[in-house]
Design a protein around this ligand. Structure first.
Ligand code: HEM
Length: 134
């Protein structure tokens, strides 16, 4: 198993722990739902679920298609950018909702953009792997 696959699995498991912990916190303090819900939902969906899917896809899809992954460098960049993007999102989201500061809104948008760019890299890399000619 490649290093990038292992690191996506580790990231995913860390986000799962964080996501369910925030979930339990929300059941105890329902008043916090307004500002923590986006953090909880995205830690789970972009962290736990998506990162595990990225790990499995990087491992399985090149094997299914009988090809090498098109670019290990893009996969590494995807790992780094998606983690920075998601950390930025889950930190700035509750702060933006709680304090409503426009500078935080900028951080939120920047983080969202990072995660999106990383996702485009994933799409490009797998597309070039699975649908490569020859
Ligand atoms: C111990 C585990 C978990 C607990 C205790 C928990 C708890 C909660 C709570 C209290 C809410 C707020 C519900 C409300 O608006 O009244 C919520 C929302 C949500 N949770 Fe979790 N959660 C857990 C795990 C997860 C997981 C694993 C996922 C995704 C894979 C997830 C995805 C979501 C989503 C998307 C929402 C927003 C739903 C909406 O607003 O319609 N949760 N959760």
């Amino acid at each position: 198993m490649s290093r990038v696959t292992q690191l996506f699995i580790i990231s995913s498991l860390i986000y799962l722990c964080l996501g369910v912990t925030i979930g339990v916190f929300l059941t105890i303090f329902p008043n916090a739902i307004g500002w923590l819900l986006a953090m909880h939902a995205h830690t789970n969906l972009l962290g736990w679920i998506s990162m595990m899917i990225f790990a499995v896809a990087y491992h399985v899809l090149p094997r299914f298609s009988g090809r090498q992954l098109y670019s290990d460098r893009l996969a590494n960049l995807h790992l780094i950018l998606s983690n920075i993007g998601l950390m930025g999102l889950i930190i700035s989201w509750p702060l933006t909702k709680y304090y409503g500061i426009s500078l935080l809104q900028l951080l939120l948008t920047g983080s969202a953009l990072l995660y999106a760019v990383a996702a485009y890299m994933f799409v490009y890399n797998l597309w070039k792997t699975v649908f490569a000619k020859g």
